[in-house]
Write a new protein. Structure first.
Length: 195
């Protein structure tokens, strides 16, 4: 089935919103690295919820390419083509494309809001695993951690210090926004009532 113009335009706007939100990151006092954004990935979850997993995956892939372009300076640290490819795949393409699976749990959980939260937890955890793998096989070789921690522990803690807050913030906003915007989450248009 061909996507409608509305679906394409809506997805483009949500990807743009997510991309702009990703530019405003902050470093929490607990974070060992990485930036925490306020719901920069929530628009991707909304796309998947509205249009399904296939379209969600495609939209997340587009978002991952935009994140790659914005984070190209990270790829420049790679001393070899193989390590550069590893950064591109694990820190960008796979890490963000997995977010398209966030609607895959809608049929497994009766309460749609709980399915949305489960989708966020699972897909953000998958993104976390991608970054941990990248930290172990690429970043630890390039920049051994200065604390002398075991590489696996360092990668888990480093990536968890920004991914866990990101997951919690996005989950809370999704939970709180679901009921007031339920029609939109389920694929309808937002209708504003007159005051």
């Amino acid at each position: 089935m061909k996507p409608s113009l509305k679906q394409i335009a809506e997805s483009a706007m949500l990807i743009a919103i997510g991309t702009v939100l990703s530019l405003f990151d902050f470093k929490g006092p607990w974070a060992l690295g990485g930036g925490i954004t306020v719901c920069s990935m929530l628009p991707l979850v909304m796309i998947a919820q509205r249009y399904g997993t296939k379209w969600g995956m495609l939209s997340s892939l587009v978002y991952s390419v935009l994140q790659l372009v914005l984070g190209m300076n990270n790829v420049q640290y790679a001393p070899t083509a193989l390590s550069a490819a590893g950064i591109v795949v694990f820190d960008y393409i796979l890490a963000f494309s997995v977010l398209g699976f966030s609607a895959a749990f809608n049929g497994l959980v009766k309460d749609r809001r709980k399915a949305v939260i489960l989708g966020i937890v699972v897909t953000f955890s998958a993104r976390f695993v991608c970054h941990v793998v990248s930290g172990l096989i690429i970043w630890e070789a390039l920049f051994p951690n200065e604390l002398g921690w075991a590489p696996a522990v360092w990668s888990l803690v480093y990536n968890g210090s920004y991914m866990l807050p990101e997951m919690v913030i996005t989950g809370i906003v999704a939970f709180l926004s679901y009921k007031p915007l339920e029609r939109y989450w389920l694929g309808g248009d937002i209708r504003w009532s007159k005051v």
